[in-house]
Design a protein around this ligand. Structure first.
Ligand code: PMV
Length: 310
């Protein structure tokens, strides 16, 4: 017997980190990158085959603790024995680059296990199980990655609130650039938590400003004000940098994009590596920006049409 489960990458347009503290975020499912998990019947202990490891599940390295835990918890929830199947994970989401790969692996694997055992899976159970994995990966997840990597529409997301689907319909293109450097979401989230202790007032001000920028970006999107949206993106990057979650290459790529006429640019996701995004006026401009970013050191770029929700 064989069953599969799928999920997709995600891009946070506005609100990473501040979303952890209850501020709004705007995020987009990113179908250019995806994960498929396949479960196949075998005899004996469960084995795992993924980018980082191939072998028995019980001997998987510590870095896969979130995945191993979610597999164990999902099988427990299904009330099935943890044996007699293999798990294979194929991913085009670059790992640890702010595209939600850890949540996406969990989502695809939970879906595959439910399919395999022929049980229906509610969205609530999917998110609850994914967040077990995300808590191990990030410490204090907002739930945004779980929602986006399992969802098909952009969201205006506030932690703990009902999902607000948010069609983008903006006449602009996003260029997504991968620095090729592993992001450090856990460390970045912890760094902000430490700043909250050492300088609560300043940190809270920055988090609130990031939230305010996400709210204003929402309005700019609704009114198709792309120049304004770009300004908010760049302001968000400056704040994220001041909170210690950017790095030199991200700052260089942001700076280079702006010099090449981007309407705005910022890091996306956990930061300290991973990916950045730049807002381009049109398709041609996006393609120019993509070349400029590759020349400036980006390892890979993707172009996303923000009107495609039409
Ligand atoms: O780096 P990623 O793709 O896991 O994104 C993390 C987003 C944060 O806002 C920094 C954390 C969260 O749980 O929302």
């Amino acid at each position: 017997m064989k069953a599969t489960g799928i999920s997709n990458g995600k891009i946070i347009l506005m609100g990473e980190h501040s979303v952890v503290y209850g501020e709004p975020a705007i995020a987009i499912p990113f179908f250019a990158t995806a994960i498929e998990t396949t479960i196949k019947t075998t005899n004996g202990p469960v084995s795992l085959d993924c980018f980082f490891y191939k072998g028995p599940l019980s001997q998987a390295p510590k870095r896969l603790l979130n995945l191993v835990t979610v597999i164990i918890e999902t099988v427990k929830k299904l009330d099935k024995p943890l044996k007699n199947f293999d798990i294979t994970i194929n991913s085009t989401i670059p790992a640890e680059r702010g595209m939600g790969s850890s949540a996406a692996v969990a989502v695809a694997t939970i879906r595959a296990l439910f399919h395999y055992f022929e049980e229906s899976l509610s969205n609530d159970v999917l998110l609850e199980l994914t967040n077990i994995s995300e808590t191990i990966a990030h410490g204090n997840p907002s739930g945004l990655d779980a929602a986006m990597t399992s969802g098909t529409s952009p969201l205006y997301y506030i932690k703990g609130q009902k999902f607000e689907f948010f069609p983008l319909k903006v006449s602009a293109y996003l260029v997504v650039a991968d620095t090729g450097i592993t992001g450090q979401t856990k460390e970045a989230v912890e760094n902000i938590a430490l700043l909250y202790h050492s300088d609560p007032k300043k940190t809270d001000d920055s988090i609130k400003q990031l939230g305010q920028l996400a709210k204003e970006a929402k309005q700019a999107i609704q009114q198709n004000k792309t120049n304004q949206l770009g300004v908010y993106m760049t302001q968000a990057h400056t704040l994220l940098d001041s909170l210690g979650v950017s790095n030199t290459i991200l700052n260089t790529l942001v700076h280079t994009s702006l010099e090449s006429g981007a309407l705005g640019a910022k890091l996306t996701g956990g930061g300290r590596g991973g990916c950045m995004i730049a807002l381009a006026k049109n398709k041609e401009h996006a393609s120019q920006l993509s070349d400029v970013l590759l020349n400036a050191g980006a390892k890979h770029t993707w172009i996303y049409n923000m009107r495609k929700d039409d």
